[in-house]
Design a protein around this ligand. Structure first.
Ligand SMILES: *Cc1c(COP(=O)(O)O)cnc(C)c1O
Length: 214
């Protein structure tokens, strides 16, 4: 299947109200351009350096999402243009986003990354940290940040029941704060599990390899 076939298939399977972020990490400019030429504008990268160099070579109307762990010293490079930071996984990072956004008088959209997977390697806030962050949001500590929802990843496993439980856990955290904080986005679901994620209430999926693998 071509990139175009893969993309069309995913668009067909995805309800209109669910947003697709095409994950372009490790992909060439040419391949990203192919998806762009199909009319797609939302792309996600997990490394700041890679994002910055690609951004210069691609059309300026692309909306760039950061989906990977973000180091505080890299925040300043993306603040001027980033569409949505999915991976806020510490209070320290949120504070740095606030600092840098304030400097240029911008309001930056973010999601809180929540750890539900049973894996050491996955980043994210635990329940206690979420409570702490929400408290500080409510105290208006981050006037230059708009926290728009929750992002998470399921464990890398064939166990569909486990994946479902983890997605439902993310959904329940999303719903717990949805009204209080005006949440819009529950970002969950990747190539291997986006259909399941949508069934569990995802409003934003992040899909890479199943679009670019020909
Ligand atoms: C790579 C990545 C994706 C996309 O994964 P695929 O399996 O290639 O679809 C989604 N989210 C995050 C955080 C990623 O790092």
């Amino acid at each position: 299947m071509s990139i175009q076939d893969n993309y069309s298939k995913i668009k067909q399977e995805t309800p209109k109200e669910v947003q697709l972020v095409v994950v372009s990490k490790k992909q060439s400019i040419e391949k990203i351009k192919e998806v762009y030429d199909l009319g797609h504008r939302h792309f996600g990268e997990n490394k700041v350096q890679e994002l910055l160099s690609k951004k210069d070579e691609l059309p300026s109307d692309i909306h760039w999402h950061i989906i990977g762990h973000l180091q505080t010293n890299k925040v300043k490079y993306i603040i001027p243009f980033v569409e949505l930071i999915h991976s806020v996984d510490s209070l320290k990072l949120l504070k740095e986003i606030q600092n840098q956004a304030k400097k240029i008088d911008r309001k930056v959209n973010c999601l809180l990354q929540v750890k539900v997977a049973q894996e050491e390697s996955k980043y994210g806030l635990n329940e206690e940290e979420i409570t702490q962050v929400v408290e500080q949001i409510n105290q208006n500590k981050f006037p230059n940040v708009q926290v728009k929802g929750i992002m998470g990843m399921a464990t890398f496993t064939d166990n569909k029941e486990q994946i479902k439980q983890e997605f439902l856990e993310l959904n329940s955290i999303y719903n717990k704060y949805k009204n209080e904080l005006n949440f819009e986005f529950l970002s969950m679901g990747m190539s291997g599990d986006y259909l399941q994620a949508i069934e569990c209430g995802s409003t934003m999926i992040r899909v890479g390899s199943s679009i670019f693998a020909e």
